[in-house]
Design a protein around this ligand. Structure first.
Ligand SMILES: Cc1ncc(COP(=O)(O)O)c(C=O)c1O
Length: 459
């Protein structure tokens, strides 16, 4: 193979790091429906969000600008690991015997091992700049909590994390990592909040969920004027910050002389997927390329493929504004699958809207197929993927094997949004044959959806 054809890594210079985040909203045929105040049914205003978020992030949340400059202080921290590499998966392609060309954008090179610092760093920066002294948050996989703990250390903020019980028990090293950065970590549900106590009273052995942990972190932030809350996914400003992934990947694929035919990413709240996909969707909407863009979610928590598109709370206790999104119901507690970061009852409202517009597709995968893909990928490419992106890899491999049957030479791009160095017990379970496929029954889903808040009246 010639030198160029064998090229495996597409690496950008630091000078090529994106200096602006991309906001897809102005490029869409219609804007997403606004978040509503559950009491009045009116769109929430900045004053409703001010106890939870700094002004700069509230402005980004509703911004109509196509691009937002990344502050120098944020770029300085991004430089610790950005630009991240794009890899051509030559060895996986050979192992699969596919004519497809597979590329993966690897975010595991960040200090905490995932894409999450792309938004944790600006969130901590804007809070510090506005005089906030403490941030509270939830974490599912532990990746987001680690990212925020790291970002708070970078900008001198205190950080308090509610870690979903199932993940707290499965991943003791994530807790230690957060503590090393200076954060305080509680298992969720906890006795520290009214929301946590209510859950524990009803179900003392609750494995927790992202929805419950969000309630606890929001409750604590709202009670302390010096504190604010930070969310690791779902909201527009989080997706905005993650677009550095796709902007870099566009340049890197151009270095390879390629445009994608298929783009796949895993979706928990939607941020890594949107971060990769939105810049490509911009190009697609402008008629410059036409990739199929496919979200991959766990069969155990299928908000896009089996949820309702409705106004619902972002958390379990009902403390947040109502968000129009794909949801399984805010009371739905997903089974404790290993991909803790995908165990969220809802989906980003912006991504849900884009799905409703028919601009992206979605599929759901059972976790055993995902672990099989993760192991196959690790044995070919070396990197052991976090349980979350194994969902994207399962879909990428499925597409590559389809190409093997049809002979199509498609270009497949996927987001490898994190590594599994602190998730190895999950692989241990899989290798021991102890991973089971969990899927909510139709009855479970309709019971959870029957508890949706009444449609708000907008006068
Ligand atoms: C490695 C990893 N990937 C994916 C996700 C899912 O979140 P999102 O859909 O916002 O990217 C998480 C969430 O914790 C994660 O840690």
């Amino acid at each position: 193979m010639g030198e160029e054809r064998a090229r495996t890594k597409y690496v950008l210079d630091e000078a090529d790091m994106p200096r602006r985040w991309y906001n897809i909203v102005p490029d869409l045929p219609s804007p997403p429906p606004p978040p509503l105040h559950p009491g009045t049914g009116q769109p929430v205003g900045p004053e409703d969000l001010a106890p939870l978020f700094p002004v700069a992030l509230i402005e980004q949340e509703v911004s109509g600008a196509s691009y937002i400059d990344i502050p120098e202080e944020v770029l300085d921290v991004y430089r610790l690991w950005r630009p991240s590499p794009l890899f051509r998966a030559h060895r996986l392609e050979r192992e699969l015997g596919t004519p497809a060309r597979i590329f993966y954008k690897y975010e595991g090179v960040s200090p905490v091992g995932s894409h999450k610092p792309n938004t944790a760093v600006p969130q901590a920066y804007y809070n510090a700049a506005e005089g906030v002294s403490r941030l509270t948050t939830e974490t599912g996989a532990g990746q987001w909590g680690s990212a925020l703990a790291f970002a708070c250390a970078a900008f001198g903020l205190a950080c308090e994390v509610w870690q979903v019980r199932a993940s707290y028990d499965q991943k003791p090293y994530r807790k230690l990592m957060m503590e090393t950065y200076g954060a305080t970590v509680h298992p969720s549900p906890s006795e520290l909040t009214a929301s946590g106590r209510a859950i524990l009273a009803e179900s003392p052995g609750s494995p927790g969920s992202l929805g419950i942990a969000i309630s606890e972190a929001v409750e604590m932030a709202a009670a302390d004027p010096g504190a604010r809350y930070a969310l690791g996914s779902v909201l527009n400003h989080v997706l905005l910050h993650q677009t550095v992934i796709g902007e870099e990947a566009l340049k890197q694929l151009a270095m390879a002389g390629e445009t994608p035919d298929v783009l796949v990413g895993c979706t928990g709240g939607g941020s890594n997927f949107a971060g990769l996909a939105f810049p490509f969707l911009r190009e697609k909407l402008a008629g410059r390329m036409s990739p199929v863009i496919r979200a991959v979610e766990p069969a155990a928590c299928p908000s896009l493929t089996r949820g309702a598109y409705a106004y619902d709370f972002g958390d379990t206790a009902g403390l947040t504004p109502l968000l129009k999104m794909h949801t399984l119901g805010h009371g739905f507690v997903p089974d404790p699958i290993h991909a803790g970061g995908l165990r969220y009852h809802g989906m980003s409202p912006l991504l849900s809207h884009i799905y409703e517009l028919g601009l992206i597709e979605a599929v759901a995968k059972p976790q055993s197929e995902c672990f099989a893909a993760g192991v196959r990928f690790a044995r070919a490419e070396g990197i052991i993927p976090a349980p979350e992106p194994t969902h994207a890899l399962a879909a990428a491999i499925e597409e590559a094997l389809r190409c093997k049957r049809t002979g199509e030479e498609k270009v497949i791009l996927t987001a490898l949004c994190g590594h599994a160095h602190l998730d190895l017990p999950a692989y241990g379970s899989y290798l021991a044959g102890a991973v089971t496929d969990l899927e909510p029954s139709a009855e479970q889903l309709s019971a959870a959806l029957s508890d949706l808040p009444a449609p708000p009246v907008r006068g």
